[in-house]
Design a protein around this ligand. Structure first.
Ligand SMILES: Cc1ncc(COP(=O)(O)O)c(C=O)c1O
Length: 441
């Protein structure tokens, strides 16, 4: 198969993948809507009814336990994707099962027009365990970033006196798929055909302080004033590119000197993935505002804007979300947070990450024609591929071997397992990756 073009955060163009295999439906029995299992699953019927925004691998995942998932044919996979850095506690973790069950029986949704104790408890945990003072809850990473963009604009208007505030973001960044966040995303391929984009964004190279200073000077000369800088502590979708702590300290200093807000997108790397609870700890600065999603709910949909008090500018009626912060997601997310602490998962992330990178380095030495390097922190790591090697080709063979991994850009294979991953499972993943590469070498 020709190398496909990556078009989204690890998502593939529909025509870049084989059509869902008819083998998958060979054993399908007639579907009973009330008891549809994935043995009944028919990819062609799915494709008729679901919009083609994703290219999909031709398997249907049916159940999971820990770091393993099984497809409709009963084949097991070691899950080093974790719903793209989302299933913090893996699959069917007893603490999550208990929290989901308890909360759904008690109360699952009420309006934010009333006090929601679970929301308060989660906000209390998050503020006690971060530099933030207050939290707003929503449903996804894009929605959290969208809210942070609104917050920055309001801060620009009311606190900095800017009429048309500009937000600076980085080239190769990824911030989401809403119109404002896709504009914030510094990658033209995500913006193509969606113009007119949202005004008020400007892009600079990542990890380059001189470029940032120059941009602010040039914008100033054009009477365009900057309200905020929005950066990822590590660019996940952009290819697992870690932020440079020296750069982040310089950005912090620049923001302190100018009053510009420093906003960090922790959607992918927050909640323990780097080996610290927050990515900002890994780059050694405190943001004014940061966003979280993915790992926060361990797989239930939740997003959050976390802010220091001085930039907590929203007043009642200025921002909101029907589902955001409902009792169900907050009850479950709080359990994820508590389990992260009670199971000492940050220590596990650090040691398993070290083990994984050491193993990946050996793989790089063994297959120099296929891969050239390893980069990452904690349990977000990328295998950097050699010229002419496509991440998607490796991902597909790994899947056949029983290992789920995903591309991060076209040239990096990303590994983001659940934070509960064991030493034996890391060894097993390395062995499966070795076998994958030996097939391709
Ligand atoms: C850094 C970052 N920000 C934002 C998003 C968007 O999150 P969501 O898909 O939950 O909207 C992603 C998703 O990959 C991400 O990695």
């Amino acid at each position: 198969m020709s190398s496909p073009t990556l078009t989204s955060e690890t998502q593939l163009t529909p025509d870049s993948l084989p059509q869902a295999s008819s083998d998958l439906v060979a054993n399908a029995t007639s579907a009973d809507a009330s008891s549809t299992t994935q043995a009944d699953f028919q990819p062609d019927v799915f494709d008729q009814h679901v919009m083609s925004t994703y290219g999909r691998f031709p398997i249907a995942l049916e159940r999971g336990e820990g770091c393993r998932v099984w497809d409709s044919n009963g084949k097991a996979y070691l899950d080093f994707v974790a719903g793209i850095a989302t299933c913090t506690l893996g699959h069917a973790h007893p603490a999550m099962v208990e929290a989901v069950t308890t909360q759904i029986k008690k109360l699952h949704h009420v309006s934010n027009l009333y006090y929601i104790p679970e929301q308060g408890a989660l906000a209390e945990w998050l503020t006690a365990n971060s530099c933030a003072d207050r939290v707003f809850f929503c449903n996804s990473g894009a929605e959290a970033n969208e809210g942070a963009i609104k917050l920055a604009r309001k801060y620009g208007h009311t606190e900095l006196g800017i009429d048309a505030p500009v937000i600076i973001t980085a080239q190769a960044s990824f911030h989401g798929r809403t119109l404002a966040t896709v504009t914030a995303t510094g990658q033209p391929k995500y913006q193509k055909n969606f113009n007119p984009l949202v005004p008020g964004f400007y892009y600079v190279p990542y990890n380059d302080i001189e470029a940032l200073r120059t941009a602010i000077r040039e914008l100033d000369a054009e009477q365009r004033q900057v309200a905020a800088i929005l950066l990822e502590p590590m660019q996940g979708e952009g290819g697992v590119c870690p932020g440079n702590p020296v750069y982040f300290k310089q950005v912090r200093q620049l923001c302190d000197e100018t009053g510009i807000l420093l906003m960090l997108d922790e959607v992918q790397v927050g909640m323990g993935r780097t080996g610290n609870l927050w990515g900002y700890q890994t780059v050694g600065v405190e943001p004014d505002v940061f966003t979280s999603a993915k790992g926060l709910g361990g797989g239930v949909p939740i997003g959050a804007i976390l802010t220091k008090r001085h930039c907590d500018v929203f007043k009642p009626g200025e921002h909101g979300s029907t589902f955001g912060g409902n009792p169900f997601v907050c009850g479950v997310a709080l359990k994820v947070c508590e389990t992260l602490a009670s199971e000492n998962l940050l220590a596990n992330v650090r040691s398993r990450g070290k083990q994984l990178r050491a193993g990946l380095q050996k793989i790089v030495q063994k297959y120099p024609s296929l891969c050239t390097g390893v980069r990452g922190w904690g349990l977000i790591n990328g295998l950097v591929l050699a010229e002419g090697i496509a991440a998607l080709d490796i991902v597909k063979v790994a899947l056949e071997e029983g290992l789920l991994v995903i591309p991060a850009s076209a040239k990096v294979v990303r590994m983001v397992p659940p934070l509960i991953v064991s030493e034996a499972e890391v060894d097993q993943a390395l062995a499966l990756l070795d076998r994958t590469l030996s097939k391709l070498a």
